[in-house]
Design a protein around this ligand. Structure first.
Ligand code: BG6
Length: 478
């Protein structure tokens, strides 16, 4: 059990956002219910709307009642939580509100102490992050103004910038106000139990790691598929597209967890060193290799979604063949596919091993039919299966694929925390392993920028809703 975090104030910029309503307030409330929050804490919402503390409490309650009715059923518990909510109206691009916030943080609950721990959470559009951080510093809310051994930290939501240049700018602005050990770049995939288990699976077992390399592995496929569209996030998607929304972060983080070297120890930086090295080793995309390596798609009907341009060329699907050009992985393809409105919702990593040197049992293709695989199902099921060939009962020697399967649900009685529970607790505790370091952010953007440049102005291929993506996706597998 994690130790209780220090008493602190959590300041949420974008307190009226969808993310705050869906993830942040419910997670904080549940952590409070379970006794995981600090003994004393406050949550200060920051937004543009003109709300009193009481109105803000009611708004949070109404949204939670709407989204997750069961969470607010215990009125007594909810009102204890609600009493810890405060609100400050801030026009994020003007300094005045930040002074108000500063005052509120010092004076709230009638306390006047200046020795406070402050955890800032930017649940705001990426373009606002630099201006918020600059204004925070001007108003004396940055790290250098913390005294008496207290801390100030910042959690930044993805995407961090929209390309390498803006990510660097953002990193440099944040770097002027907070040291790297106080910066928590969140990618909620890293808070998933099944994602954290990739490292445990690889490095706590003796039998897999010796095989985990180009000598034995034929390819790796990573799939992040969703059977729903962009929902009501047209404006965001038009800005981001799938490469920025999912490839740059979730998909490349899964890839680096599969491909990383064993860290020198299990510290945040040692682990993040190894992930960064993988991203740095990814083969560059150029106009010459992009045709065989990248397929972008857009689902039919995307252009009629709310807040989407009628001629939009934004991608909602990407299938990409990556190569990690290092000693362990040279020439092993990593096929990564992600998309909206596909046939099913599924996140999965499949490691396919090479066939044995001789095939005694049947036709040539039987090898690929029974090829050994490690299949890590990240969600919705939380399983790992190992596929191997077994003799079908009977006189003839016919090999069929069979599976050995581990399922979190049946092997463990405890259920894990959700990603936002876990990552909020980690940030309060100052544990950075499951947050993305500046170098990895930049390497990932360099990859995505190169893909975008290599694709040029070529529009994405259309695909039917609930299909497997554009037909031409097959070309990257050849
Ligand atoms: C978010 C993306 O980061 O992750 C969404 O912005 C996506 O587009 C979501 O749907 C997927 O998260 P999960 O945990 O449901 O796989």
């Amino acid at each position: 059990m994690q130790l209780k975090p220090d008493n602190c104030s959590i300041i949420i910029f974008g307190a009226n956002s969808d993310l705050a309503a869906r993830k942040l307030f419910p997670s904080l409330y549940e952590l409070a219910l379970w006794g995981n929050m600090p003994d004393d804490y406050r949550i200060v919402g920051v937004g543009r709307a003109d709300l009193s503390h009481e109105e803000f409490r009611l708004t949070v309650q109404e949204k939670m009642a709407d989204l997750f009715p069961e969470t607010v059923r215990d009125e007594a518990a909810f009102s204890l939580f609600s009493a810890r909510l405060y609100y400050v109206r801030v026009n994020l691009v003007e300094i005045d509100g930040y002074h108000l916030l500063h005052k509120e943080l010092l004076d709230v609950s009638g306390e006047s102490g200046i020795c406070k721990n402050l955890l800032f959470y930017l649940a705001t559009p990426p373009s606002l992050a630099p201006v918020i951080v600059r204004n925070m510093e001007l108003a004396g809310l940055g790290e250098k103004d913390s005294i008496c051994g207290t801390w100030r930290k910042i959690i930044v939501e993805k995407p961090y910038g929209r390309n390498l240049q803006t990510a660097r700018e953002l990193n440099s602005v944040i770097g002027e106000v907070f040291s790297e050990k106080r910066v928590f770049r969140i990618d909620h995939y890293l808070g998933k139990e099944t994602v954290q288990n990739i490292m445990v699976f690889r490095f706590s077992n003796g039998i897999f790691e010796p095989l985990w390399n180009r000598n034995n592995i034929a390819n790796v496929t990573i799939t992040i598929a969703e059977n729903f569209g962009i929902r009501d996030r047209g404006a965001f998607y038009e800005e981001a597209g799938l490469l920025r929304d999912i490839m740059q972060n979730h998909a490349l983080q899964l890839l680096s967890a599969v491909a990383m070297e064993p860290p020198v120890d299990f510290s945040a930086d040692a682990v993040r060193d190894e992930k960064a090295k993988v991203l740095r080793s990814i083969r560059t995309f150029t106009p010459d290799n992009v045709e065989q390596s990248v397929v972008l798609g857009q689902y039919e009907g995307y252009r009629s979604e709310k807040n989407v341009a009628p001629e939009s060329t934004v991608e909602t699907f990407a299938a990409i063949k990556f190569f990690v050009d290092n000693w362990r992985w040279k020439d092993v393809p990593f096929f990564v596919k992600a998309g909206k409105n596909l046939a099913e919702t599924l996140t999965e990593i499949v490691i396919t091993f090479k066939c044995p040197p001789q095939n005694y049992f049947g036709p040539a293709e039987s090898c690929s039919y029974t090829a050994n695989q490690v299949i890590m199902r990240i969600q919705p099921e939380e399983t790992i299966a190992i596929k191997f060939g077994a003799k079908r009962p009977g006189e003839a020697v016919i090999t069929d694929p069979v599976y050995m399967r581990f399922d979190y649900k049946t092997s463990f009685t405890e259920s894990g925390l959700t990603p936002y529970h876990r990552l909020l607790l980690d940030a309060m505790a100052g544990e950075q392993m499951n947050f993305i370091r500046q170098d990895s952010v930049e390497y990932s953007w360099a990859i995505v920028d190169a893909i975008r440049d290599a694709v040029g102005g070529q529009p994405p291929e259309s695909y039917p809703v609930h299909s497997r993506g554009p037909e031409s996706v097959e070309r990257i597998y050849s």
